[in-house]
Design a protein around this ligand. Structure first.
Ligand SMILES: NC(=O)c1ccc[n+]([C@@H]2O[C@H](COP(=O)([O-])OP(=O)(O)OC[C@H]3O[C@@H](n4cnc5c(N)ncnc54)[C@H](O)[C@@H]3O)[C@@H](O)[C@H]2O)c1
Length: 271
C-alpha cells in the first residue's frame, strides 16, 4: 500500500549491498512511495552484482562511487542531477566499515592506519557528501539528508571497537552541517540510531547474535527491523517532518531509554 509520501521527490541512496541492507529496504519503500533516485555504492560492492537487481526493481540508475573520494562524489552528484533532471530532495548515507572490527583488533590495540580508514569511510565520507552537495547546490530547499548510526556513539559496547568513535563523529558532523545547511538552504540533516539489525555490516561485529537477543529483551517494543527503519527514513524524507533537523533520532524500540527490563532481571535469579 502506498501513500505517495515521496511523490515527485528525487534522491540519492548510498549503501544497498544486498537485500538485507537497510539502504535496500529504504530504496524499495521510497520507490513504492513515489520517489525517483540514483543508487550508489563503492565500486568493489558493485562486483557482487545484487544492486543491479534493485535498480531494475525500482527503475533506478546506478552510479558507482567510493564515498571517501571527492572526485567520485563530484561525478556522482553531477551524474545524479543529470539523470534526475535537477536537484535532489533527499540523500541517504548508509555506509559503515571498520578494518579493525573486521580483523578482530581490540579497541586498545588498534591499527591506527585502519582507524583512519574507519573514520574516513564511516564518518568523514558524510562530510564529503554534504560539502560536495553544497558546493554544487545540489539539494532543493527543505531537502532532507539522513545517515545511519548506532548507540555505541553514546555508550560503550566493547565489541563495536573503533566504529563507536566513527559514529560519534558522524553524529557531530550531522549536527554541525545541519546548522550551516539549514541557514543556507533550509536543508535538514539528521542521524537515525537504529537497533542492531542482521545485515552484512551488522553481523561483522563479534558476538552479534548474543547481542541482538540481549537488545531484543532490553527493548519494550523489541528490536526495530530494517523494514521499520526504512519507514522511518521515508517519513523523514517526506514533507511531514520539515522542522526536524540536527537530531540524533533513536529508532530502537525504546532500548536507549531503558535501564533494565523484567525479562532481563529474571535471568539473574535470587542472590
Ligand atoms: N546492522 C546494524 O546492526 C546497524 C545498526 C545501527 C546502524 N547501522 C548502520 O547502518 C548503515 C548501513 O549498514 P547495514 O547494516 O545496512 O549493512 P550493509 O553492509 O548492508 O551496508 C554497509 C554499506 O556500506 C558500503 N560501503 C563500505 N565502504 C564504502 C565506501 N568506501 N564507499 C561507499 N560505500 C561503502 C558497503 O558497500 C555497504 O553497502 C551503516 O552506517 C551501519 O553502521 C547498522
Amino acid at each position: 500500500m502506498s501513500n505517495n509520501l515521496l511523490k515527485g521527490k528525487k534522491g540519492i541512496i548510498f549503501g544497498a549491498l544486498n537485500d538485507q541492507s537497510i539502504a535496500w529496504k529504504v530504496a524499495e519503500l521510497a520507490h513504492a512511495e513515489g520517489a525517483e533516485f540514483v543508487l550508489t555504492n563503492a565500486p568493489v560492492a558493485m562486483r557482487m552484482g545484487a544492486i543491479n537487481e534493485l535498480a531494475e526493481k525500482t527503475g533506478s540508475k546506478i552510479i558507482p562511487a567510493d564515498a571517501t573520494s571527492n572526485e567520485d562524489l563530484e561525478k556522482l552528484i553531477d551524474g545524479s542531477m543529470e539523470i534526475l533532471g535537477g536537484k535532489v530532495d533527499f540523500i541517504l548515507h548508509s555506509i559503515g566499515m571498520s578494518p579493525n572490527v573486521r580483523k578482530g583488533k581490540h579497541y586498545t590495540g588498534l591499527n591506527h592506519k585502519w582507524y583512519n580508514q574507519t573514520l574516513d569511510v564511516s564518518a568523514i565520507s558524510f562530510h564529503k557528501v554534504l560539502q560536495t552537495a553544497m558546493e554544487k547546490d545540489a539539494i532543493n530547499d527543505w531537502g532532507s539528508v539522513l545517515a545511519l548510526t548506532y548507540i555505541a556513539a553514546q555508550r560503550i559496547f566493547p565489541d563495536y571497537g573503533d566504529m563507536a568513535d566513527a559514529k560519534s563523529l558522524l553524529e557531530s558532523i550531522s549536527r554541525s552541517f545541519g546548522y550551516h545547511y539549514g541557514i543556507k538552504r533550509k536543508v535538514r540533516i539528521n542521524t537515525i540510531s537504529q537497533s542492531p539489525t542482521v545485515t552484512t555490516a551488522g553481523s561483522g561485529v563479534k558476538g552479534f547474535n548474543e547481542f541482538i537477543n540481549y537488545a531484543e529483551q532490553m527493548s519494550p517494543l523489541g528490536n526495530a527491523s530494517a523494514e521499520a527503519c526504512a519507514a522511518y527514513c521515508v517519513s523523514l524524507f517526506s514533507d511531514f517532518t520539515r522542522y526536524v533537523t540536527m537530531q540524533n533520532l533513536f529508532h530502537d524500540g525504546g532500548f536507549s531509554a531503558t535501564g533494565v527490563t523484567q525479562q532481563v532481571i529474571e535471568k539473574f535469579g535470587d542472590n
